[in-house]
Write a protein that binds this ligand. Structure first.
Ligand code: 0PR
Length: 384
């Protein structure tokens, strides 16, 4: 650190230079990420409320009220307006909280949670931190094989997990079947809708309509949905919703000394941005269902366009028709080389052991898709 601070001008130059290697969503070349650029309205709202710390909720009762309204609004479109929950930092925190509350609620000596093989690594983190054994169930065509679950349930099992919007391919596990199994065995069921949570409800009635994956199914005990993914809110922002309040009561920690005089929210983080809550509230109310429907349907239109164009290209195999705005594909020969070339052309794709993942978020426009297809075809031609 310098003895004397730099001028604003010097700082600005340094930042411009040091950050010049960062990718931007505006380029349209970040085509493998589940995040997107928050619009200028959310940016301006976020920056107005930087002093709010929801880690001391008694100081920011207004922000806390907005959080309650968010949970109620989300619960409403997930068919359980009476749910309880919080705005948290991301899908990882939401999933860890779901596992934490399940462990404390069920009070078993050697707790086990059954997850699909494709589940996000936040469950591995949670299991490691919380001393829970994860039982991973194989998948068929990218979704969990629900027939195998019953055999793996034993007296230590506390919860099942289903995913609505899987990380590798954006698919949806059979939530109805999972709900039935959870009910039959008196188990909790957490739905990780980190990706799909802000999509599926808004596709209702459209040509992309999908079965629901929420509290409509009586076995579902909690749902996580990330507002900083398809909820288009600035990072960090996600929500965890619980059907029963007593699930949350099991993770409450009494502190007693906070300046605002109330107990902290039972989330993982202490000090955390109230600005995330205020901005999410703003976006939900500004967009309304119609606004989200428009965003989501545009992403789906673009996804299907890219899927159809990719399917026409020789030497490309698309894994399957997309369910949400995620496409998986592989190159029949020179797969690795093509991946490297795409990266050299500036495309930030996401690479899984079996395929390349493209995520068609709101910042990806038709012109970016056409640029991608053009570059891919040039690369394929040059590597033949
Ligand atoms: N659950 C699912 C199904 C996910 O796909 C993810 C993240 C999470 C939970 C965890 O969410 P947080 O990252 O908010 O904690 N999946 C993204 C992915 O693996 C995370 C991500 C996002 C990675 C943007 C890179 C990136 O550029 O793609």
């Amino acid at each position: 650190m310098n003895e004397y601070g730099l001028t604003k001008n010097e700082i600005s130059k340094k930042l411009n230079s040091l950050l010049s290697t960062d990718e931007t969503f505006d380029s349209g070349k970040i085509i493998g990420s589940m995040c997107t650029k928050p619009d200028s309205y959310s940016q301006s709202i976020y920056s107005k409320f930087l002093e709010k710390n929801i880690g001391d909720p008694g100081l920011f009762k207004g922000t806390l009220l907005l959080e309650k309204q968010i949970i109620h609004q989300l619960g409403d479109f997930l068919f359980y307006p009476k749910c309880s929950g919080f705005v948290v930092s991301g899908g990882t925190e939401a999933n860890i909280i779901a596992m934490w509350s399940a462990r404390n609620y069920c009070k078993k000596n050697s707790p086990e949670v059954i997850v699909p093989m494709h589940s996000h690594h936040s469950f591995d983190k949670a299991a490691d931190i919380l001393g829970i054994k994860l039982i991973k169930i194989p998948c068929i065509d990218g979704i969990v094989d629900s027939n195998l679950i019953q055999k793996r349930i034993n007296r230590n099992t506390i919860m099942l997990v289903g995913v609505a919007g899987t990380t590798p391919l954006g698919l949806i596990d059979p939530i109805k079947e999972l709900s039935d199994i959870a009910r039959k065995n008196s188990l909790l069921l957490h739905i990780d809708a980190s990706f799909g949570g802000f999509i599926i409800p808004f596709l209702k009635g459209s040509k992309f309509h999908l079965p629901l994956s929420d509290f409509k199914f009586p076995g579902v005990s909690s749902v996580s949905l990330d507002s900083h993914k398809m909820g288009v809110s600035p990072i960090p922002s996600s929500c965890i919703l619980f059907r029963k309040k007593n699930l949350i009561n099991n993770i409450k920690i009494n502190v007693g000394y906070l300046s605002g005089g109330s107990e902290p929210r039972p989330t993982l983080l202490g000090t955390s941005p109230g600005a995330s809550i205020i901005t999410l509230w703003t976006i939900l109310n500004f967009n309304g269902k119609t606004g989200y429907r428009k965003i989501v349907n545009q992403c789906m239109e673009n996804t299907i366009y890219l899927y159809e164009e990719l399917s026409k290209i020789h030497n490309v195999s698309v894994i399957q028709k997309p369910t949400l705005n995620i496409i998986g594909f592989k190159i029949n020969s020179n797969h690795r080389l093509i991946i490297n070339m795409l990266r050299q052309y500036g495309w930030s794709i996401s690479v899984f052991p079996t395929h390349i993942r493209l995520v068609i978020m709101p910042h990806i426009r038709r012109k970016h898709i056409d640029m991608f297809l053009k570059d891919l075809q040039i690369i394929l031609k040059n590597t033949l």
